[in-house]
Design a protein around this ligand. Structure first.
Ligand code: PDD
Length: 281
C-alpha cells in the first residue's frame, strides 16, 4: 500500500508524521472519508466543499492548492488499485513545539492521504442481517458540524456499542431526540413511509451520504422530512438505518435491544441503497 504524506508517495508501512504534529498532540485537524465505487471517488466535490468549510471554521490553511487535491486523491486511489473501497484524507495545523496558541503563520499544514480496499462480501453480509445500535447521552462539544479528528467521545461510544454486541451508538440530545451515530447519520422510515432525518443546521455533521440520499429519494419519488425524532419514535418506526461514506445506507434492525418492526432490514432502506449505487459517480 502507498500513502501520500506531505508531498511524497511512500510505502504505507513506512509512512511517518512528526511527534510534534498538532494533530497528534491536540487533535488539531480535520478529515474526510470518501467512498470509492467502480474506481471513482463518490461525491468528491461535496466532500471537498465540506473540507473547505471545516478548514475555514478552524482557520487552518489549505495544505496544497484547492485544485490539486482531487488529483492527489485520485492518484492515491490509483496507486493502491482501489476499485471499491475508501480514501481518507487528513489535514492538521502542522508541526510546531507544543503551545496551545496557533503556531507561526508560516507553519505548513500537514496533509496525509491513504486508501484501502473494501471487503464487498463482508458488506453484503452486514446489509443482509442489518446492524444493532445502542443509544448514549450526547457528550460531545457543540461544533460537531466540523469534521474534526477529535473523536474521543465517538470512539468511546462505538466501543460501548461493540461491547454490547451492537455496531453503532446513537447520541441522544437532552430533549430525547436522536442526533446521529458515532460515525454516521441516523434515519427512520415512519409507518406512513416517510423518510425522517434530523436537520443538519446544528448539532450533527452534515453527512455527504445524507445529502446524496436526499437526491436519491427525490429520484425514487420518496417523501423526506428533516426533523428530530425521539428514541421511542425510532423504536416504533417501520424501518431505521444509518448513512455514511463507509456504510451508504445500512439497515438498523435493533435499538437498545428492541427489534425494529419484524427485526429484518427494511425494504425502503434496501431500495435507497441500491439506487445510491446505481446513480453514484
Ligand atoms: N464518518 N456523522 C458523523 C459523526 C460521522 O463521523 C460521519 C462520517 C457521518 C456521515 O457523513 P458522510 O456521509 O459524509 O460519511 C455523520 C466517517 C465515515 C468516519 O469517520 O469514518
Amino acid at each position: 500500500r502507498i500513502a501520500y504524506v506531505n508531498g511524497r508517495y511512500v510505502a504505507h508501512a513506512q509512512a511517518r508524521v512528526h511527534i510534534e504534529d498538532r494533530g497528534y498532540q491536540f487533535a488539531d485537524g480535520v478529515y474526510e472519508v470518501c467512498e470509492v465505487a467502480r474506481g471513482y471517488i463518490v461525491d468528491m466535490p461535496r466532500h471537498l466543499a465540506r473540507l473547505k468549510r471545516s478548514l475555514k471554521e478552524l482557520s487552518i490553511a489549505w495544505p496544497v492548492s484547492e485544485g490539486v487535491l482531487p488529483l492527489l486523491l485520485r492518484e492515491v486511489v490509483r496507486r493502491n488499485h482501489v476499485v471499491n473501497g475508501l480514501v481518507y484524507l487528513q489535514v492538521t495545523r502542522g508541526v510546531a513545539s507544543r503551545e496551545f496558541f496557533f503556531p507561526a503563520a508560516d507553519t505548513k499544514p500537514a496533509l496525509v492521504i491513504t486508501a484501502r480496499k473494501a471487503d464487498p462480501a463482508a458488506a453484503a453480509k452486514r446489509v443482509e442481517t442489518g446492524i444493532k445500535v445502542i443509544t448514549v447521552p450526547e457528550n460531545r462539544w457543540d461544533r460537531v458540524d466540523i469534521k474534526s479528528t477529535g473523536l474521543l467521545p465517538n470512539v468511546l461510544a462505538k466501543q460501548k456499542a461493540k461491547e454490547a454486541g451492537a455496531q453503532e451508538a446513537w447520541f441522544v440530545d437532552t430533549d430525547g431526540t436522536v442526533k446521529e451515530g458515532g460515525s454516521s447519520n441516523a434515519w427512520i422510515v415512519t409507518r406512513d413511509g416517510v423518510l425522517v432525518t434530523r436537520p443538519a443546521e446544528h448539532g450533527i455533521l452534515r453527512g455527504i451520504t445524507r445529502t446524496t440520499l436526499f437526491d436519491v429519494a427525490a429520484k425514487l419519488g420518496l417523501k423526506v422530512e428533516e426533523r428530530g425524532f425521539s428514541v421511542a419514535e425510532a423504536k416504533a418506526a417501520r424501518e431505521a438505518f444509518i448513512s455514511s461514506a463507509t456504510t451508504i445506507a445500512m439497515p438498523v434492525v435493533e435499538i437498545d435491544g428492541a427489534p425494529i418492526a419484524n427485526g429484518h432490514p427494511g425494504s425502503m432502506t434496501l431500495s435507497l441503497r441500491q439506487a445510491f449505487f446505481d446513480i453514484a459517480e
